[in-house]
Write a protein that binds this ligand. Structure first.
Ligand code: IPD
Ligand code: CA
Ligand code: CA
Length: 265
């Protein structure tokens, strides 16, 4: 195993322990609202501190981009961290959340871990070496068409101006599929695309730490991830379409049509 992946796994498991230890006390946790409907708790901060500490102990010169504490350091190695993806779920005791850690080297995704501490599912990938779930190789699904597919998505709960865009894509896609799920943790949704539990996924307005690890997992599992506007940098764009390579084209076309209908009205 790549030594940097090893550190990412150690960091993710330690953060997972912090999260699980606090689970029974969620209703007593002090919670702040960073912006409308965007919450952060002590658990997010403690989990992030443990991750950063583990990484910097091993690689003191590496740079960090973390959801709660922002960026620190400058290096060609940059760790992109979401200490608790699915905070709203966690705060409600809704069992769908994860730790997400990725490493970029010279701006290219290199290592990825997404850890679901409740199910003890550890998704990991190293660039060029495939993707695993608990050490077993994973692949994206083989479904060739939207017909019969299961898609994941996220609602634009922070930004009201995106609701129209979102509803239009949903209106177009939903009737073509076997179902659409909104589980509330984008990083896990992407991990589920990587292991074939979901055939595809779309969401607007994600942040780099929601996407980074999941993007590498999907690519290493034989899938594809792209942006709605065709932008090259998926992490910066945040408007994401992902899926197996057969389905991605159909999914992208339908989403683009839905968005262009909206623009022309
Ligand atoms: C959120 C979750 C959610 C997605 C949001 C993210 P957070 O992350 O991934 O599923 O819809 O866009 O911000 O805030 O719980 O880390
Ligand atoms: Ca997140
Ligand atoms: Ca988070």
């Amino acid at each position: 195993m790549h030594p940097m992946l090893n550190i990412a796994i150690r960091a993710a498991r330690s953060a997972g322990n912090v999260i699980i230890r606090q689970m029974d006390y969620v209703h007593d946790l002090p919670v702040n609202e960073k912006s409308r409907n965007d919450f952060v708790s002590e658990v997010d901060r403690n989990a992030e501190a443990v991750i950063i500490d583990t990484i910097l102990k091993a690689y003191p010169k590496h740079a960090i981009l973390a959801e709660e504490s922002g960026s620190q350091g400058e290096s060609e190695y940059e760790w992109v961290i979401d200490p608790l993806d699915g905070t709203t779920n966690f705060l409600h005791g809704f069992p769908q959340f994860a730790v997400s850690i990725a490493l970029r080297h010279k701006n290219v995704l290199d290592q990825a871990v997404i850890y679901d501490p409740l199910r003890q599912e550890l998704f990991s990938a190293s660039r060029g070496s495939g993707a695993q779930l608990n050490e077993r190789k994973i692949r994206v699904s083989k479904r060739r068409h939207l017909d019969g597919s299961l898609l994941g998505t996220g609602f634009p709960f922070r930004e009201n101006e995106r609701i129209e865009q979102y509803i239009n894509t949903f209106r177009v896609l939903f009737p073509l599929t076997a179902g659409v799920r909104r589980a509330g943790a984008a990083a896990l949704d992407l991990a589920y695309v990587a292991c074939g539990r979901l055939d595809g996924f779309w969401e607007f307005g994600l942040k780099p730490w929601d996407i980074a690890a999941g993007a590498l997992l999907i690519q290493e599992a034989g899938g594809m991830i792209t942006t709605m506007e065709g932008a090259k940098d998926i992490l910066e764009s945040g408007n994401i379409i992902a899926g197996n390579p057969f389905l991605l084209d159909e999914l992208s076309k339908k989403i683009k049509t839905a968005l262009s209908n909206l623009n022309s009205n």
